[in-house]
Write a protein that binds this ligand. Structure first.
Ligand SMILES: NC(=O)c1ccc[n+]([C@@H]2O[C@H](COP(=O)([O-])OP(=O)(O)OC[C@H]3O[C@@H](n4cnc5c(N)ncnc54)[C@H](O)[C@@H]3O)[C@@H](O)[C@H]2O)c1
Length: 415
């Protein structure tokens, strides 16, 4: 049987990571790529890494005609346009078996809904990429704790954090293009993984009903004049005028519809985590049992003293968003696998071959967008958002956060 042909729209940071993940999966080729920048380099990598004869296409339509499934790995602000082009290509005869979209599905609830509606128009299976739910560590703790959960009851509290020192491209920092700050960018991961680990084993990912969200958003580092200037010089974004939050934390309360039990997922996200590099920290507490996962606790550390620092190789090969190249450094040898990219691609391809949605579909992605937007609304209003209140749900349908409108200065403290 010939290999499944995957095509990427976008050839930046996540595309490179996902291509690396694909080298660890059998039966899938990176058959094509379309991007405004970086496509040739990615195609070269694919060819050299045994991912097949990757072709650079000049349009989304051409790509769709030549692959089995297409993955949207382009920036948040380009989602709708790219999705529309995919749907048009399908209507014109492209025989796709599925569409993948990276997080966040939309920058607002209407945008996420538009993605869901467009996929329905094309009548195609979808996979929403939330890698943390596919992390082997997350799946393994569930497997280990399943018998304990069956006798003691499910987890009652989950805490999830994703933090690093800040994104790699200017558009992430611009709230009007990205959809907000760190809450929009990484809160979606932490809220999703919190919801997932709290879900009783064997129940669907949306079994627990979200009933309330409370959050705060703050600008703790990148609003200070010295760092604001660094951001302007490095990323071309002026937080004096158009700030976004570099820290967000909050709580989502869920109800178990069978038992009425309330459980809570706390999330914490920052772009001001000035430690070794990216850290994912998740824990869960149930009656009489618990789990904890810390992605920075690697079995491998290296030490580089001051005298040797000049000879250091690229520190990002050791760890995503690494901030240091000397001292005691954590090294993760297979980040594409650690963070769940390998398993999420494997799942999507397997499901598309069977003619069905991935483990998480676009409708699920739209639910995550709703929870993130409810968190922005809570932070703006300074109160808990009640998701059982019909007037609030109606307000959320058209809500756009002040921060994403470029009006962050109205609620964030710019130093
Ligand atoms: N799951 C994760 O951990 C994770 C990590 C990083 C990024 N992401 C998500 O992946 C997406 C891409 O992020 P990134 O870091 O790769 O961004 P990036 O800026 O590094 O790369 C974006 C790529 O898309 C291309 N592009 C831009 N506009 C385009 C258009 N209209 N048509 C075709 N190509 C276009 C660019 O040329 C570039 O190749 C974002 O939605 C981001 O939220 C997810």
């Amino acid at each position: 049987m010939s290999n499944f042909k995957l095509g990427f729209v976008g050839a930046g940071f996540i595309s490179k990571f996902q291509a690396k993940a694909m080298t660890q999966i059998r039966g899938v080729d990176l058959a094509g790529v379309h991007a405004l920048k970086g496509a040739e380099e990615l195609a070269d990598y694919a060819k050299k890494s045994g991912l097949g004869d990757c072709v650079v296409y000049g349009s989304v339509a051409e790509l769709c005609k030549n692959v089995d499934a297409v993955a949207i790995f382009a920036p948040n602000f380009a989602r709708i346009q790219i999705m529309q082009e995919i749907v048009d290509a399908v209507k014109a005869g492209a025989a796709l078996k599925g569409i993948i979209c990276e997080k966040p599905l939309g920058r607002t609830i209407p945008e996420a809904q538009q993605l869901v509606d467009l996929a329905k128009e094309a009548n195609l299976p979808t996979a929403y990429f939330e890698n943390q739910i596919h992390m082997k560590g997350i799946r393994a703790q569930m497997e280990q704790l399943a018998p304990v959960q069956a006798s003691m009851g499910p987890l009652a509290l989950a805490r999830s954090a994703e933090e690093h020192a800040g994104p790699h491209e200017g558009w992430f920092w611009d709230p009007t293009r990205q959809g907000g700050g760190v809450l929009s960018d990484m809160g979606c991961h932490s809220i999703a993984v919190g919801w997932y680990v709290l879900t009783p084993i064997g129940k669907p990912a949306t079994f627990l009903q979200p009933v309330a969200v409370s959050a705060v958003t703050s600008l703790l580092k990148w609003g200070i004049p010295k760092y604001r200037k660094q951001l302007l010089d490095r990323m071309g974004v002026d937080y004096g005028k158009v700030p976004a939050e570099d820290f967000a934390t909050g709580m989502v309360t869920f109800k178990n519809p069978e038992t009425d039990q309330l459980v809570q997922a706390q999330f914490t996200n920052s772009w001001m985590y000035d430690k070794q590099g990216l850290r994912l920290l998740m824990d869960g507490l149930g009656p009489g049992y618990a789990f904890e996962l810390n992605s920075l606790r690697s079995p491998l550390e290296v030490f580089i003293g001051d005298d040797a620092a000049e000879a250091m190789a690229d520190s990002e090969t050791a760890l995503e968003k690494a901030t240091a190249s000397r001292g005691l450094l954590a090294v993760e040898t297979n980040e594409a696998d650690l963070y769940g990219y390998v398993d999420e691609i494997e799942d999507a391809v397997k499901c598309f071959k069977e003619g069905k949605d991935g483990f998480l579909n676009f409708a699920y992605g739209a639910e995550i967008t709703k929870l993130c937007q409810a968190a922005y609304m809570s932070a703006e209003k300074g109160k808990t958002v009640d998701l059982t209140d019909t007037a609030t749900l109606e307000e959320l349908k058209t809500y756009q956060s002040l921060i994403s409108q470029g009006r962050g200065a109205e609620i964030l403290h710019v130093g």
